[in-house]
Design a protein around this ligand. Structure first.
Ligand code: I22
Ligand code: ZN
Length: 196
């Protein structure tokens, strides 16, 4: 197989993952966006966390809320918990890496806030601890997961929302996650601003 065939394989695989997600996820994505708008309207904020590529997704989402997505609007309250290198290294060094997000959730989270928890395996211990901390604070959780949803799918409560991408390859799950995030950004702007 030459390199161009390999690249074509990625396109085809990514298209198939997105098609599979499109068959099942749009109602839950719309519900998640509605939940986020309700949170903002209620003086709440969204705390987002994840590891590696999902840390980048958490940061990407927060930037699109605080700055903007495609339309001009006032900033919306969202914070990436995966971005403050001082907090991450201090908590990881002084306590445990499993606590890097949960300690921030306990410090910053209030009842009206939401946690956006991102994990392709659904099994990252620090994301799981963040969900426990959010529940303790009375916060709702929106989880972006993959594969079978892992432990995260099992520990969500009835008021939480699971967006699980049921494919095996991490890269494909991440590619669908960022699509879901952009779809939620668009739905939020549409609910707040109207338009096309
Ligand atoms: O971006 C990638 C792989 O595409 C990696 O950095 C990946 O995000 C890391 O291995 C993460 O630690 C995986 O964590 P998770 O998605 O299973 O929670
Ligand atoms: Zn990656």
């Amino acid at each position: 197989m030459d390199l161009i065939d390999r690249v074509n394989g990625h396109f085809l695989d990514s298209i198939a993952a997105k098609q599979q997600a499109m068959d099942i996820l749009p109602p839950a994505v719309a519900a998640a966006a509605e939940r986020m708008v309700a949170c903002f309207m209620n003086e709440g904020k969204i705390l987002a966390c994840g590891n590696g590529g999902s840390a980048a997704d958490a940061q990407h989402f927060a930037a699109e809320m605080v700055g903007r997505f495609e339309k001009e609007r006032p900033g919306l309250a969202a914070i990436s918990l995966a971005t403050d290198s001082s907090a991450l290294t201090a908590i990881g060094n002084d306590y445990d890496f499993d606590m890097v997000f949960s300690k921030q959730v306990r410090a910053l989270g209030h009842q009206n806030d939401l946690l956006l928890a991102i994990s392709t395996s659904g099994n990252s211990a620090n994301v799981i601890e963040a969900i426990y901390a959010a529940h303790e604070r009375g916060m709702g959780v929106i989880a972006l997961t993959g594969k079978d949803g892992g432990k995260i799918a099992e520990l969500l409560g009835p008021d939480d929302i699971l967006l699980n991408v049921p494919v095996e390859r991490t890269a494909r799950i991440q590619e669908v996650h960022i699509l879901l995030i952009h779809a939620m950004c668009d739905a939020i702007d549409y609910m707040l601003l109207g338009g096309e």
